[in-house]
Write a protein that binds this ligand. Structure first.
Ligand code: PEP
Length: 244
């Protein structure tokens, strides 16, 4: 299995011009043999950027209709998008998105031929209250309700502890490894061992080039979801190289 490194630009950069420059420089320099690189810009730039590696940061949980302000999976597919982030903690926190909605987003994305990147992770309070296993299990089980064996094989799961996102407080390798093993156990119970072993499970949360290789080499991660550091081309390329 190839490692996958996903750039989440969040609500950046500020202009079309900057987005085009960042995208073309990232693509030019991020040539990797054993690593798949995916870039997720804001919706507004998706139509301007062309490449197999284009991802969206969100999608509607319904396929079409009266959902003002939303973007459907088919619209994204039509723009040339291949991947979509679902359930990012910023969506859960600021837009009150639920696991039931994640389930709709995953189903619609898969029907449209998009590959979902399902983000899960516990908050600081949940971590300190030793609720991480319960939180991860609920997030996975509810988001994957009625998703078939064939479909689940195409999903990427991103373990992103909420307290590690954008804080500089990256999760330790041991803690990440424990979470990834636990996620495989849940997938094995919901589906089977083979699917769990082959599932692409990645880590996200304050990844920088000085810590990125540890997650791939020692925590069992099959890739990384990179936020802040993906806006700095040299730093992002160093992260991609560290995964090779
Ligand atoms: C993210 O946006 O998913 C993320 C992990 O952000 P950062 O790398 O900035 O912590």
């Amino acid at each position: 299995m190839k490692n996958i490194i996903i750039a989440n630009w969040k609500m950046n950069p500020a202009t079309n011009k900057e987005a085009k420059k960042l995208f073309s420089e990232t693509n030019k320099k991020a040539k990797a043999k054993n690593t798949e690189v995916v870039v997720c810009p804001p919706f507004a730039y998706l139509g301007l950027l062309k490449g197999k590696n284009l991802g969206a940061q969100n999608v509607c949980f319904e396929g079409k209709g009266a959902f003002t302000g939303e973007v459907s999976a088919l619209m994204l597919k039509d723009l040339g998008v291949s991947f979509v982030i679902v359930g990012h903690s910023e969506r859960r926190k600021y837009f009150n998105e639920t696991n039931l909605q994640m389930n709709g987003k995953i189903k619609n994305s898969m029907e449209a031929g998009l590959k979902p990147i399902l983000c899960i992770g516990e908050t600081k309070q949940e971590f300190e209250a030793h609720l991480k296993p319960d939180v991860l299990e609920t997030q996975i089980t509810e988001a994957l309700k009625d998703i078939t064996k064939e479909q689940v094989k195409k999903i990427v799961i991103a373990y992103e502890p909420v307290w590690a996102i954008g804080t500089g407080e990256n999760c330790s390798v041991d803690e990440t490894m424990t979470s990834i093993v636990f996620i495989r156990k849940i997938i094995s119970e919901l589906y089977n061992r083979e699917i769990a072993d082959n599932m692409q499970i990645i880590y996200g949360g304050s990844v920088k080039s000085f810590n990125s290789a540890d997650y791939i080499k020692h925590a069992g991660a099959n890739g990384l979801l990179v936020g802040g550091a993906s806006l700095d081309v040299e730093e992002f390329i160093a992260i991609v190289k560290s995964a090779e």
